[in-house]
Ligand binder design. Sequence first.
Ligand SMILES: Nc1ncnc2c1ncn2[C@@H]1O[C@H](COP(=O)(O)OP(=O)(O)O)[C@@H](O)[C@H]1O
Ligand SMILES: [Mg+2]
Length: 227
Amino acid sequence: MTKIIELINLKKEYKTPKENLEVLKGINYSFEQGKLYAIKGHSGSGKTTLVRILGLMDDLTSGEYLLYNKTTKSLSDKESSYYRMKHIGFIFQEYNLNPYLKAYENVIVPMLINKKIKPQNRLSKAENLLSDVGLFERKDHFPKELSGGEQQRVAIARALANNPDIIIADEPTGNLDKKNEKIIFKILKQMAESGKCVIVVSHSDEISSYADVNLLLEDGLLSEVKK
Ligand SMILES: Nc1ncnc2c1ncn2[C@@H]1O[C@H](COP(=O)(O)OP(=O)(O)O)[C@@H](O)[C@H]1O
Ligand SMILES: [Mg+2]
């Protein structure tokens, strides 16, 4: 399996007026394509910190984050947003849809900075992605006209807009019931089966049965747990 992400002695510290808070204490781990990784850990253990670094949304303090064997350390803001656009789709607990845009328009947003997608192809791509998550009929709905589960499926379609090879979801079902949780986990599993590297932070016990690899973030370190 191809290694996509490699973390070498990754550390993250938050400097606050009172103290230096060491959240990630030297993580060594590699993520491969075609697998679903589930990350658990108690509240405040640093899960969001870790996945925001993986999503190139935050800097690390020391160590290395290699993406396709290339360091991400010296990336300018412009380069890291290009990398994000090209490689990474991020899914948030709160969906983070633009309330003023219809479902299909939300899915189109990430395509606007992708020169490889011709403007005349954006709409059909968005419609296909919404079909994939079972929402073609809802494409003209605004977020407030959708259920929580539907909004999260729109957010998943949006995360897939530029066909990234890494999907990161931070507690994607935190606001959803069990039925919708299953639907979301199934879609994430399908994405891993189609070859993407899927990393899911979740408190749900349900995720273990979908995951190829179960990880625990504890005391600032990441380790595999047996099923
Ligand atoms: N920007 C920040 N500045 C200072 N401390 C932070 C910041 N973000 C998170 N923290 C602290 O880092 C720890 C880990 O937070 P987080 O990654 O959000 O944990 P989790 O997602 O596992 O609940 C917490 O103690 C939190 O208070
Ligand atoms: Mg969190």
